[in-house]
Write a protein that binds this ligand. Sequence first.
Ligand code: UD2
Ligand code: MN
Length: 578
Amino acid sequence: ERSVQMVQMVDKRKSVNKTDSLPVKTLVQVTAKPPQLLLNASNIRAELLDSTGVRKQGGLHVVMNLDVTHKPRDSRALGQFGWAAEVPLDDLEESRRRWSEGYFNVFLSEQIPVDRAIPDTRPPACLQKLVHDDLPTTSVIFCFVDEVWSTLLRSVHSVLNRSPPHLLKEILLVDDCSTKDYLKDKLDAYMSQFPKVRIIRLKERHGLIRARLAGAAEAKGDVLTFLDSHIECNVGWLEPLLDRVYLDRKKVACPVIEVISDKDMSYVMVDNFQRGIFKWPLVFGWSTLSDDFIRKNHIKVSDPIRCPVMAGGLFSIDRKYFYELGGYDPGLDVWGGENMEISFKIWMCGGEIEIIPCSRVGHIFRGENPYGFPKDRQKTVERNLARVAEVWLDEYKEIFYGHGYLHLLGKNLIDIGNLTAQVQLREKLQCKSFKWYVENVYPELEAPLAKAEGLVFNIGTRKCLVQEKGSLSFGICDLSKQSQHFSYSWVRTLHQNTSCVSPQVTGRGVALEPCDNTKPHLRWLHKSNKFLLEHLIAETHPQRMCLEAGPKGDTISLKECNASSTYQKWHFTHYYAQ
Ligand code: UD2
Ligand code: MN
């Protein structure tokens, strides 16, 4: 019979000095020795024996190290050790049918032990790392709505089995008004065997943001650790997170998020040196640090990685600090955008976000949300993002709106709800500007404040647009004249300072009026390669209307668009974006 034994572990070591100014504390090693496998059977797959061996799987690779936290109950069980599981041919139909219960292989998940071992994917250097022996305690908060039974259990077991008991204050399960019966009495009964687990039930569906806030309100630990409800915490996941918070209470620590395959439930290690970033319009993504950056800064694979934004689901934060920051904006609904909100808030108000490579947690990434949205999904997410943009992005919010969210400006503006409390909070905390954030935290972000700028040259007249005493005219192009400098903004206005070019209500004249981003009639469509300045409202008119210069270069008016007329062709000195 195969038997796997693990050798462990905690070995108190003599005092080591902590970083500079902080008091000297005793340090302990998470694992005194690298995990060793004592295998007395020859029929365990060869790859398993090779604990340093790296098996390439496309861009991802799996390091084979057995879970050192416990001896698996059944080493032959499906999915044991994080191996890929296979659906028997006879069950293919059923496994397909049940896919939509969670948008992953629910059928397979059910056959896999709720306390399976997974490969220890920490970089080897982590095994030598020290953590403090008086770390704060944590409350682990899982919020969920209609989570699949087996994954919810596996998430909870992974925390119970792989967290040092003295650091785990409690596990709070916040049920965001699930509809499934098994999440009621059956869940209560199952969890009653674990004194540390408490279930909080919300009377109405609030979404993950307010569900997490409800969990945080009940939490008693020094640190809040938020996790998604379909994860598996890896060996030694907790100590390195708490150690960062302990070093500095304003550090917010995220584990490396690894992949539990939605198809075969295998545990897949992800590439190193990845940080959380966003692209416009506030879309989260991962970005690998460049080799150059790693070399120049002598970054080791086990070093914390500073992140402009966090993915959202998994992080530890000092409980009191979370409340100092006002928690999440409770006006955010259901799902989405809260990761941007908390990330900007943390950085701009004096904190830091880090990924800790020695802490690793697997997560099932799903192609679709397995739960319904009380309101339209897209509208919910864009409303959340607009709240975040309005509160945190300052003048950069125009870039957000310009990337596909122009419709949120204008008649729907009220729909994003009241922002007074959030704006006041930002003032009270004396948070820095978004400009500061871009320059200091995320300088790689492409964030020009206008799409185009400079002189507005008319190709037909070979003259430039001029603003004089509040009205528009033309003049000999001269870069040194401020009166000839205009901007074409992300929200499609053509303006000089706060005066926007506007078609007049009657006739075909064009004038200047005070800019107001919520007014659609101030929007113009312009592309550097098309040259036209088309009035955007014209889209809904029978005729498309464009800006045209009079042939003598003395008048400016709206005319039916005519792509072959050079008097309708305009060019800015600088283009920053199409
Ligand atoms: C990611 C995050 C997730 C959250 C989200 C943006 C990770 C691994 N996941 O999406 O935590 O930040 O981006 O908002 O970084 N839930 C509720 N009520 C709801 C909806 C969801 O309790 O109305 C629970 C859900 O059961 C799950 C958690 O919230 O445990 C996150 O939801 P998800 O897994 O659908 O989000 P995910 O991983 O796609
Ligand atoms: Mn998730």
